[in-house]
Design a protein. Sequence first.
Length: 185
Amino acid sequence: MVQKSKILGKPTLIFVTVGTTPFQFRRLFLALDNALKLLPNKPKLIIQSENFSFQWQYKKVSKYTCLAPKKLINVIKTADKIITHASPAILYLISKYSNIMPLVIARNSIFREHASNHQVQFNDFVMHRHPRKLSKYFVCQQHNIETDICNYLLEEKNNNRMLKQIFNQNKKKSITKKIDLYIIK
């Protein structure tokens, strides 16, 4: 299926969400800013972050410190690409409302992106719940992530398989129902 944006000539939408912690995610923002310069089209970028100390060179950026649940879900549904940190809550929402596979980059305490490495551990867990060919969507290493971001932005759409493989197992159904009730309130 061809994306509407390609038929209508509209720029694509990239959604980046890195949570509401006060920690910076400069490593991700710098790599993304550099990767966007290499794209043939100039997509719109929506960023949700608590910390906006990074100075973007890319100009088509809309920034939000917090998105209301309905707005967040709408952006997730309409985004052509999603780049996120390794948060169980946002991964659940993406798995439920997006039909595209996101690029998940864990915050790392070595870079002072978080107080601990729980995101690296969670991302590693999630990565091993997927077929090996999908492990490229779960970045846990400390290497330069610009190549991962470039490859993700340039690839064709890959269907989202997280709901089936992570959140939709019998013993987890009650947890996902509780998360749904909490988020929708």
